[in-house]
Design a protein. Structure first.
Lengths: 517, 124
């Protein structure tokens, strides 16, 4: 049923139309009565005037229909007395009026009652229809949200999920345009997904939008809250101009938050003259939360893949470095020594002092080769760590460092092997960085543990300004610590020294992969 | 070949990135009757030295730090001035599959087998 269809029981034409209709009806009735001037009795003419009264009672309000009744009575008398004085009224006329007026009045009242009941019923029907419509819209929204959530749970690529979200949002909110932008810097955002009705001007995905002017994208960016503009008339800025070019009037945007940070905004726009409904923000926010989850999942997955790749690459690089060290170092030295021995063998010098010096040279070379092999083995895995645990290994590290190191270790004699190794390399890398980059005069190493976690802190008094980036070697440490469920934090203010803090859990879950020795 | 008639006439340049090895090999080969006329430690250095001294043979280490001895041998054979020099690849590996690593397999001598006689046997 179409509630907008005209229904005479509930919709009333304007009063002046009623006045015209009533006047017309009475004039027509007077004309009919004049035609029927004969035969008598005259009193039956009054019936003719009931016609207009009934129509007015059915179609207009009480006052207009009562007015028609009175006007009809006057018209009847006027015709009947033919313009003569009112005192010429006969008893039969008075009787006619006495019958006509109550019946017409009753018709007025009944018509009025009928109309007001029909109006009530229509109103109730409208309320019920609106409620049904609202329930259907909510069901549509829930369905759309569920479809998006399912896509996210299935691990679809963010690009798929986001373009799907734009389509769902446009369908659910009945808007022409729906889009998702990602904030890049303080001044720009990039369109990463969009739904546009076919046949309209569109903005292609990947377009960079400047944030300088009056538009909801800039408003969400600056407030971090939902924003709406009911019109872009007199709005300034390139993005507002773009919105106008697209033929859009009203826009609503809500923030998309990923891991607590403002990531982007979900925007809808419509071309109609009306503002977007008041619940648009709430509905968009539901979708924005799902988008945030999808993006956070994708970030986590990408980070996991990247850290796996880094761990594998780091292991490969380490093997390559060991191969090169062995080949260029110890093996080359041994080959050289072999050549020296063969040289001696082919021609032993007459002078015993010369012979002695050359044999001593070969002996020194052999000792150096042995030292190199020992250092190399230590680099592969420090024997002191596997034999003595963290405390002696870290003290040994401190002694080997080229700058003064204070080492305080307060941990149980043995910890899970993976934790010991990670702790050892964390301190080793931090000391290497302090010696190489920090220009520090002293480094303090503190390691302590409680029942659940190990905490390492390496602080220097150097120049600061270090970062957890690829070049520092700290990224590999972060991967190693993260693989054990731990966290690495770096605080390094220029001029205030560098402090590296690593925390690793010691509970049973992390004991996986350790040999327990 | 003409230089087989006079052992003293075999002139050699050694190219290797390890200075200790260069010294030991020079001593060994001189004692074995090879005239080591120069040494070099990189590809460009080796190319210049060989071009300048025009030796009979060039002993080229496969591993020249980050550079490759194969590249130097290829450049020596493609230069008109050095194409006549006989290149011999050397390595700390004793069983390097040289034929699998280059199109025009030069001669190969493991460093541990290095001696004047070994070189003469190789080019005979």
């Amino acid at each position: 049923m179409n509630p907008a269809r005209w229904n005479p029981a509930v919709s009333t034409p304007p009063w002046y139309v009623g006045l015209l209709v009533a006047t017309g009806l009475i004039a027509a009735e007077v004309w009919v009565v004049r035609l029927l001037r004969d035969p008598p009795p005259h009193s039956t003419y009054a019936i003719v005037f009931m016609f207009g009264v009934l129509i007015m009672s059915a179609g207009w309000g009480l006052s207009l229909s009562l007015l028609t009744t009175v006007a009809s009575a006057v018209a009847y008398l006027q015709v009947h007395l033919d313009g003569g004085p009112l005192l010429a009224l006969k008893p039969i006329d008075v009787l006619t009026l006495a019958v006509f007026l109550p019946i017409a009045g009753l018709a007025n009242v009944l018509g009025w009652q009928l109309r007001s009941r029909a109006q009530d019923a229509h109103q109730h029907w409208q309320v019920a229809t609106a409620a049904t419509e609202r329930v259907r819209e909510l069901a549509d929204q829930q369905g759309a949200l569920r479809r998006v959530a399912t896509q996210i749970a299935e691990g679809r690529s963010p690009a798929d999920v986001l373009s799907g979200v734009a389509d769902e949002v446009a369908a659910v909110l009945h808007v022409r345009n729906a889009g998702l932008v990602r904030y890049e810097s303080a001044a720009t955002a990039t369109l990463v997904a969009a739904h546009d009705e076919p046949g309209l001007t569109t903005v292609s995905v990947g377009t960079t939008l400047p944030l300088g002017g009056d538009d909801v994208i800039a408003m969400v960016r600056s407030t971090g809250r939902p924003a709406r503009m009911d019109t872009h008339h007199r709005a300034d800025g390139p993005t507002a101009a773009l919105v106008s070019d697209l033929g859009l009037r009203a826009c609503v945007g809500v923030p998309v938050t990923v891991d607590g940070q403002l990531w982007g905004a979900m925007i809808v726009g419509t071309s109609g003259p009306d503002a977007l409904p008041a619940d648009t923000e709430a509905c968009l926010t539901d979708f924005a939360e799902l988008i945030g989850t999808a993006i956070a999942n994708a970030h986590a997955r990408a980070e996991l893949v990247a850290s796996r790749a880094r761990i594998v690459t780091a292991a490969d690089n380490a093997r390559r470095a060991i191969e090169r060290d062995l080949h260029d170092g110890a093996q080359q030295r041994l080959v050289t020594l072999a050549l020296q021995v063969r040289t001696l063998q082919m021609g032993i010098p007459e002078d015993p002092a010369e012979l002695q010096s050359r044999i001593a040279g070969i002996g020194d070379g052999l000792r150096t080769a042995s030292d190199e092999l020992r250092e190399l083995a230590h680099g592969v895995h420090p024997a002191i760590l596997s034999r003595g645990g963290l405390r002696p290994a870290l003290r040994d590290l401190g002694r080997r460092a080229p700058l003064p190191v204070e080492v305080h270790v307060d941990v149980p004699a043995r910890l899970p092997q993976a934790v010991e190794i990670a702790a050892y390399y964390t301190v080793a890398e931090a000391l290497t960085n302090a010696a190489k980059h920090a220009q520090a005069s002293v480094v303090t190493v503190n390691v302590d543990a409680d029942a659940t976690s190990l905490r390492i802190s390496v602080a220097d008094d150097g120049v600061g300004g270090a970062a957890l980036d690829a070049g520092s070697g700290l990224l590999g440490l972060e991967d190693r610590v993260a693989a054990l469920g731990g966290k690495l934090r770096l605080s390094s203010t220029a001029g205030a020294g560098t402090t590296l803090i690593a925390e690793m859990p010691l509970d049973a879950a992390t004991a996986v992969g350790t040999d327990g020795s | 070949m003409e230089y087989m008639t006079n052992r003293q006439s075999l002139r050699c340049v050694i190219v290797d990135d390890n200075a200790d090895y260069l010294a030991a090999a020079t001593t060994l080969l001189r004692q074995g009757g090879i005239d080591v006329v120069g040494t070099a430690q990189s590809v460009s250095d080796g190319l210049n030295t060989v071009e300048r001294l025009r030796p009979d043979i060039a002993l080229v280490d496969v591993h020249l730090g980050e550079e490759s001895g194969f590249d130097l041998v290829a450049q020596l054979s493609s230069h008109a001035g050095t194409a006549a020099v006989m290149a011999i690849l050397t390595s700390t590996f004793t069983d390097l599959p040289v034929a699998d690593l280059t199109n025009a397999p030069p001669r190969f001598l493991p460093k541990l087998d290095l001696s004047g006689d070994a070189i003469r046997a190789l080019i005979a």
